[in-house]
Design a protein around this ligand. Structure first.
Ligand SMILES: Nc1nc2c(c(=O)[nH]1)N[C@H]1C(S)=C(S)[C@@H](COP(=O)(O)OP(=O)(O)OC[C@H]3O[C@@H](n4cnc5c(=O)[nH]c(N)nc54)[C@H](O)[C@@H]3O)O[C@H]1N2
Ligand SMILES: Nc1nc2c(c(=O)[nH]1)N[C@H]1C(S)=C(S)[C@@H](COP(=O)(O)OP(=O)(O)OC[C@H]3O[C@@H](n4cnc5c(=O)[nH]c(N)nc54)[C@H](O)[C@@H]3O)O[C@H]1N2
Ligand SMILES: [Mo]
Length: 712
């Protein structure tokens, strides 16, 4: 373990205690600076770093009780081998040598028969660190020649859309909201999912900035807004194009800016003719006055900022929806202005040098690609050549978080599938493993974190020794490499050597990393990227092939997509309807089920936390009084939520906080904890594993379900 860094800037620190700087590793744009108080090798305090400008000394409700997570009585401390039937969750402890030896034996046999592509690593966002995620996703698996995982479960359609339109994922910083006169928070719920943005929003509001939230659900953020607009799920593309139509009709657009900085304005302008506000309003299920008012509010209260995240694009039109929204700041000439433009993600400022992270040049050609959203189908035969014979899961809990959970469960229960799960806890996924390996928590490992909501890098010093025999992701990769007989030195590097190597290689081509060194990161806590005070795109240059905002994208055209932002209306994949075996009674129309973030969990992380579970309460579904009455459902009753893919029982919350036709149930519950009727299921037993329009995107929110009283 690296020596804990004693913080000398904590004057009242008792002499026997160490205060160790860290970074919150969880999937959240805020990537907080943390301070761990350590006494005799045990963490006794955990708080937000007052010297971190975004964290500002406070932590969210999810990670405030972090020490409960670290010292949870259910933490795994030794490797385990399955002793009961597949999926029964019965295990016996074994040593690391036995576990690694058994994995090696099984893999050698599988590889001899089927080739290395029969092994699929599955990981996502349990931690977002450079070493424990990015490098652990890459090097060993590439050397092995395993299947590649297409990691498209979260925001890939939006990322792709933003890159195709603007050339880079750069975003207006939180603090620039000080210059905004209007902020449209569109399909995003920062009060839960980016909590450290909220003080900036409140300050802006106090100054008179108008805040609008566009979300089918009245979220915590929507409750704080000046205006909540609740369109139908998936209709946002029509809303954006309808707003653009009004802006042009009002001559509130910026013709000079469009001429200088965009490609395809005449074509888009022609497209806008198809979206008069009446049609947009009809598609969105909104009064036409609201579409007009929203357009005017946006175009006249400049600088006006649009802030989006990923909820809005988890549907079959998510990519084109994002393109339509990206067009609005161009039409009003606001890219490059402070407090205007688009705030999506800052993750594009630095992309770690791919070769150093992955070592492609020293590895066999990349294996075939499996989309993580299709896990169930892939395990059940969609990935046929070769079949997937071994699954290695780390930093993810696919049995709880992947769509179409019934298919995932069926795939995981395949008797001939050899599954290894590296975890802190016996999750839904770990219960289906043949071998379970104990993972360190973030307090027990070294890493470097960059954020997707701001531009500070932060080093995570290990604060305490690993609990029990737990090992970090990278330490397990090192053992697996040795077991498989790989002797490349880059499979055995220490974390600091990796961080140093990746930083140096990335800095060689990224001006934003100038002056950022491992030494500074270790000594200073966070280090800011060298971005300067200007707004993104302030120089009028966009790193697209044309150097302009590509309203018309030749690249998208070449890829077979509509080159202009569009609203196609292609919503449900039809699967849910087609496969529902029965029931059409008592006005029983399907409803659109959206599954947004839970306030107290990070997807399924903390789903077993005592404080977080208490905070989150029962497994519920919000339903509008109109829809509840039509189905004879009273507040607090158990309801069955079902479609052709599966079902889950939830407790009804009858509320006008969701619009008619829409129901909402939070993501992230563990199936093994039981739904509201005690069955081992969660909402993902109903969600779709169809792929979206761009980049293999997940489509969790395009999910038609039937809702009925449990005893009907
Ligand atoms: N507390 C908490 N924080 C988290 C997470 C968590 O699970 N819990 N998850 C983390 C992760 S993995 C991510 S990707 C981010 C996501 O951050 P967000 O995108 O902010 O979170 P979501 O709740 O997924 O989606 C945001 C909102 O989109 C709305 N929505 C759904 N469909 C539509 C639509 O078609 N149109 C519109 N306008 N709105 C729609 C939902 O009602 C929801 O309120 O948050 C991160 N932070
Ligand atoms: N219904 C529905 N489902 C969704 C979504 C939705 O909107 N609706 N959103 C999706 C989105 S946006 C995302 S990003 C995914 C997230 O899905 P996942 O990436 O699977 O994230 P988590 O559910 O947080 O699970 C992470 C697991 O990693 C473990 N872990 C944490 N740190 C480490 C570590 O250092 N090493 C190892 N080996 N394990 C570790 C944790 O204990 C936890 O069990 O979920 C998706 N699921
Ligand atoms: Mo995500």
């Amino acid at each position: 373990m690296t020596d804990p860094t004693l913080l000398t800037d904590t004057p009242l620190a008792p002499a026997d205690r160490a205060f160790v700087r860290g970074a919150c590793p969880h999937d959240c744009p805020d990537t907080c600076g943390t301070i761990v108080e350590v006494l005799d090798g045990r963490a006794v305090g955990f708080r937000g770093d007052p010297n971190h400008p975004i964290t500002d000394g406070w932590l969210c409700g999810k990670v405030r009780p972090y020490l409960e997570h670290v010292y949870h009585p259910d933490r795994l401390t030794t490797p385990l081998r399955r002793v009961g039937p597949k999926g029964a969750g019965q295990f016996a402890p074994i040593s690391w040598d036995e576990a690694i030896g058994e994995i090696g034996d099984r893999w050698r046999r599988i590889i001899a028969e089927y080739g290395a592509e029969a092994v699929l690593p599955y990981s996502y966002s349990g931690t977002l660190g450079l070493v424990q995620l990015a490098v652990s996703n890459g090097r060993f698996w590439n050397r092995l020649g395993a299947s590649q995982l297409e990691r498209a479960i979260c925001g890939d359609a939006a990322q792709y859309a933003v890159e195709r339109t603007l050339g880079a994922r750069w975003a207006v910083p939180y603090a620039d909201t000080a210059h905004s006169n209007a902020i449209l928070i569109w399909g995003h719920n920062p009060a839960s999912t980016a909590p450290h943005f909220m003080p900036y929003l409140k300050d802006a509001q106090r100054r008179g900035c108008v805040v609008v939230v566009i979300d089918p659900k009245r979220t915590r953020t929507a409750r704080t807004a000046d205006w909540h607009v609740a369109p139908r799920p998936g209709s946002d593309g029509a809303l954006a194009l309808g707003m653009a139509h009004v802006i042009v009709r009002d001559s509130a657009h910026d013709e000079a800016w469009l001429a200088a900085h965009t490609v395809g304005w005449p074509e888009l302008r022609a497209r806008l003719a198809e979206f008069p506000p009446e049609r947009a309003a009809d598609l969105c299920g909104l009064p036409v006055e609201d579409v007009v008012r929203l357009a005017r509010l946006y175009a006249t209260n400049t600088p006006s900022l649009i802030k989006i995240a990923d909820g809005l694009q988890r549907n079959p039109m998510g990519g084109q929806t994002t393109r339509a929204i990206c067009a609005l700041p161009a039409i009003t000439g606001q890219y490059g202005t402070r407090g205007g433009g688009l705030a999506y993600s800052t993750s594009g400022y630095v992309q770690w040098d791919g070769e150093t992270v992955n070592k492609w040049a020293d590895c066999p050609p990349p294996g075939r690609v499996v989309n993580m959203n299709r896990l169930g189908a892939a395990l059940l035969g969609e990935a046929a050549d070769p079949p997937i014979m071994s699954l290695y899961v780390f930093a993810s809990n696919p049995a709880a978080i992947a769509p179409n959970a019934g298919a995932v469960a069926q795939g995981l229960l395949r008797d001939d599938l050899f599954t290894v799960v590296h975890e802190l806890f016996l999750t839904d996924t770990a219960d289906t493993a043949d071998i379970v390996l104990p993972a360190t928590s973030n307090l027990e490992q070294t890493d470097l974190h960059k954020a997707y909501g701001h531009t500070l890098l932060r080093y995570n010093h290990p604060a305490i020794p690993p609990l029990g025999q737990s090992l970090s992701n990278w330490d397990v990769m090192r053992r697996l490499a040795t077991e498989m007989g790989f002797d490349e030195p880059w499979l055995q590097q220490e974390p600091d050597a990796i961080i140093d190597e990746v930083l140096t290689a990335t800095a060689a081509r990224s001006p934003f990393l100038q002056g950022v060194t491992l030494e500074r990161l270790k000594a200073e806590g966070q280090v800011a990227l060298a971005i300067g005070p200007e707004a993104p795109f302030a120089d009028g240059h966009f790193p697209t092939p044309s150097g302009k905002v590509e309203l018309y994208s030749a690249r998208l055209a070449a890829e077979g997509h509509d080159p202009l932002p569009n609203y196609s209306g292609l919503w449900d994949d039809g699967d849910s309807d087609r496969r529902l075996p029965r029931r059409r009674s008592q006005g029983d129309e399907p409803l659109d089920l959206i599954t947004p973030a839970a306030h107290h969990f990070v997807t399924s992380s903390f789903g077993n936390g005592r404080s977080q579970r208490r905070g989150e309460g029962a497994a519920t579904i919000e339903i509008n009084p109109v829809d509840a009455a039509a189905r004879g459902i009273a507040h607090g009753e158990l309801v069955v939520v079902e479609n052709g893919r599966g079902c889950v029982t939830l407790r009804a919350v009858v509320t006008d906080g969701v619009r008619p036709g829409v129901v909402a149930a939070a993501k992230g519950r563990w199936s093994k904890h039981g739904d509201a009727a005690g069955a081992p299921r969660n909402v993902n037993w109903t969600t779709s594993d169809a792929l979206g329009d761009f980049a293999g995107q997940s489509t969790f929110h395009s999910n038609r379900v039937w809702v009925r009283k449990e005893r009907d």
